[in-house]
Design a binder for this molecule. Sequence first.
Ligand code: HGY
Ligand code: MN
Ligand code: MN
Length: 412
Amino acid sequence: MQNLKIDGDRLWQSLMELAKIGATEKGGVCRLALTDLDRQGRDLFIRWCKDAGCTISVDPIGNIFARRAGKDNSQPPIVTGSHLDSQPTGGKFDGAYGVLAGLEVIRTLNDLGITTQAPVEVVAWTNEEGSRFSPAMVGSGVYAGVFALDEALAKKDIDNKTMGDELKRIGYAGKDQLSGREVGAYFEAHIEQGPILEAEKKTIGVVTAAQGQRWYEIFVTGQEAHAGPTPMPRRRDALVAASRMVDAVNRIGHKFAPLACATVGFMQVSPNSRNTIPGKVFFTVDFRHPIDATLTQMHEALHAECKVIAEAAKVEVEIKDFWYFAPTPFADDCVNAVRQATTQLGYSHRDIVSGAGHDAVYMAKVAPTGMIFVPCRDGISHNEIEDATPEDLTAGANVLLHAILERAKANP
Ligand code: HGY
Ligand code: MN
Ligand code: MN
């Protein structure tokens, strides 16, 4: 059993096939959650899973579970997976790799005629990215009981379309109730999306935890006025105030260096007219840190800075706490299973804390959970140039195969 390997060429071919759905000119993908392109990716994944002999379940938030029977199907399943939705300027591997590495494990078990004791499932989670519908990790969040189903189904995109209506429109408003059942273990393979593994020439990241996140929605209200006759001292310019707040967000990130991350990724200006002083600005803030107490300090600094800036600019500011999850450790027995498989396969590796959020963070609430990272070129992700090597992707999937075999108790 020790030297079993997946078929790296088949995994790479599947990744390239899936990447044709939503392909962008610069070599990335744009498959926003619950769009027709997401549906096409889902349909392809289900076709491949059925070809591999899996049975398919879809839950009410559209999570897809492909199940390979074991010898004893009363045992809790060993689950792996990730997401098929992407960022608007996303890459071929973010999410897709974890889903297709899971499928490749199933295909390899079929090729080798191995039946595991426990059933094995591959899952594609709904709306992991949190781009079209916010926040992120909604599908796994509903499954893990973090978000109520009706709250999630009511979430709206920028055109006021709800997740519920879009799930129905693409045919993925499932009926299968899978939340709350016991899961033996959950493993997720993912590209690192940062520079560490590549810089240290390590093939595998043994992920011990994921850093915490705080997301905010900030509303700045000044006063629309004419860009010409309005003297500078009389202005209540919402965009000038918001710009100073954006700078404050960036300064907070640097203040709590080297581990803090602080990003403003979305902004709307109203009325967005060249010769009218902006009266309203809406923007988002994404804070991250592996230490919860520091994330709290960043939270307090944001409120303090925005208050001072608003007063000086004679505008109102409302800061809404939009989303929070604490730094999340993964289960020792799963982390050890990943580390042991990595060592047994002879891959270079290091422990690493995930900078990105993943569905594994919410699965860690309901099952023993571990993650496997592989390097990506220049540490770039959420970008169409995102790239990874077939060798590293194969290595990560081999580690996944052995971690699953260890937990699913396979007999030759
Ligand atoms: O934001 C994240 O970390 C992930 O890409 N959803
Ligand atoms: Mn991802
Ligand atoms: Mn992502």
